[in-house]
Design a protein around this ligand. Structure first.
Ligand SMILES: C[S@@+](CC[C@H](N)C(=O)[O-])C[C@H]1O[C@@H](n2cnc3c(N)ncnc32)[C@H](O)[C@@H]1O
Length: 192
């Protein structure tokens, strides 16, 4: 529908409104191009985690520009950091892609200091029994192959709620999807 807010627009607004408030050591899970860094305050120590040996040139450029920034070549399921050493974790459209969301979230909890935060923006599985859910389930095996492991049919909100955080706040949104579907989205914060 014309005038509806797209996933990309929701994500842009989320980055601009949430990321500037983060402080200290910030771990960016599945950093991709590293676009999150453009919104981080000066003085933040940005740790960009990517499992791929060959990362996007844009990520290298952003790492070069920010003092103290580091690339961690590892999957979210095995974060190469000591326990309790991170103030905030960013998960932006990445929990759809990791192989083991439960393992990745356990790692997030392990590396966060008490009171540290996970801020997230994710597309998630639609309600069972809907046309969107059926299409997501049918498309998931292809998407996992061609879109860097992305599974559109994941109940990421339940995974976050089950991960043992002290508090979890979630806001749900919907953006237009393909073939008349909707794309359910979540954003929120979980406190360790
Ligand atoms: C859709 S991109 C999102 C990139 C970035 N977070 C953003 O908001 O633009 C998903 C990213 O997750 C990464 N990824 C895939 N599997 C991962 C894993 N097991 N651990 C960490 N990152 C992973 C991919 O390499 C990719 O960069």
């Amino acid at each position: 529908m014309p005038g509806e807010v797209t996933t990309a627009e929701f994500r842009r607004c989320w980055r601009a409104s949430v990321l500037p408030a983060l402080r200290g050591v910030v771990l960016d899970l599945g950093a991709g191009s590293g676009i999150a860094a453009d919104h981080l305050a000066d003085g933040v120590e940005w740790l960009a985690l990517e499992p791929r040996a060959r990362v996007e040139p844009a990520l290298h450029a952003r790492l070069d520009r920010r003092r103290g920034a580091r690339l961690l070549t590892a999957p979210a399921e095995a974060v190469p950091l000591e326990a309790g050493t991170v103030d905030a974790v960013i998960a932006s459209t990445v929990l759809c892609s990791v192989r083991r969301p439960d393992r990745a979230l356990a790692e997030v909890r392990r590396v966060l200091r008490p009171g540290g935060v996970l801020v997230f923006f994710e597309h998630v599985a639609a309600e069972r029994g809907t046309w969107t859910s059926a299409l997501q389930a049918a498309y998931a095996p292809i998407s996992r192959l061609v879109d860097r492991g992305c599974d559109p049919h994941r109940d990421t909100e339940s995974s976050i709620r089950a991960a043992g955080f002290a508090t979890v706040e979630v806001r749900r949104m919907r953006a237009p999807g393909v073939l008349g579907t909707v794309e359910p989205l979540i954003e929120g914060v979980a406190v360790a």
